[in-house]
Ligand binder design. Sequence first.
Ligand SMILES: Cc1cc2nc3c(=O)[nH]c(=O)nc-3n(C[C@H](O)[C@H](O)[C@H](O)COP(=O)(O)OP(=O)(O)OC[C@H]3O[C@@H](n4cnc5c(N)ncnc54)[C@H](O)[C@@H]3O)c2cc1C
Length: 241
Amino acid sequence: MNSNYSQQRQLGALSRRLRPTSRVVIVGGGASGALMALQLARKSLDIEVILVERTDRPGRGLAYGTTCAEHVVNVVPGRLSAFADDPNHFVRWLHRSGMLPAPESFAFVSRHLVGDYLAEMLGAAGPNLTIVQDEVTTLNDTGAGVEVSLKSSPPLFGDTVILATGHGWIRQYPEPASVPPDVPVTILGTGLSMIDRWLSLRTSGHRGPITAVSRLASCPTATPPASVSTSMHQLFPSADQ
Ligand SMILES: Cc1cc2nc3c(=O)[nH]c(=O)nc-3n(C[C@H](O)[C@H](O)[C@H](O)COP(=O)(O)OP(=O)(O)OC[C@H]3O[C@@H](n4cnc5c(N)ncnc54)[C@H](O)[C@@H]3O)c2cc1C
């Protein structure tokens, strides 16, 4: 992932602090929590990792939990491996899953595929990773560790707790189906979320005019298709046919 380098550095510092039989509780199973869990779980079998995610869809979080296939990742698959030492891991997963995009299409894959990939990696992570579906309500430093209280089950105890709860705010967008198809829609902002909303409206058959308002009158720029497919189709030349 994009953040792999800084994540590896944080992981290095963390694993130096962890005792051989540490239990790490990660709060939040979006991309950050999932990636941290995967790295720690394969670092050493002596580290017990518990990933607590309040939804029933670990590995997805805000960005990769979308079900709209038109919502794409803004980086190419060759930069989305969960493992920094195996940069083509996600590309091979796409190939195995039959999801490698055609060379003539933009090689920016649907974001839900990244969620599927991370969820599958979590499922295959091994015996020292446990995923708990619950919401963390409070953390209490006991001196000997951290007590992690859960909404629906008894507390967990961790030597170390990692907070990966995301931005802490989730903007609720109206579901496209709830927007009458002929009404004019104004979107404030012209970043990637605007593109998402526009794609969702278009996919749902919206016919009314859509106006996006920006202070700078700018839009995200597009990447030329040739450069983005290169890594995948060099790796899997047969996909070009
Ligand atoms: C619409 C959108 C599109 C994006 N697209 C891209 C992209 O294409 N490429 C890119 O690199 N980045 C993208 N991003 C940025 C993206 O936010 C990050 O890349 C990354 O996915 C953030 O993951 P996260 O795990 O930190 O947070 P989140 O995805 O917000 O995950 C936090 C998780 O914590 C859980 N949680 C929160 N509180 C608790 C609690 N108390 N107990 C238990 N669980 C809890 C939540 O349920 C959630 O699953 C996008 C962001 C958004 C909003």
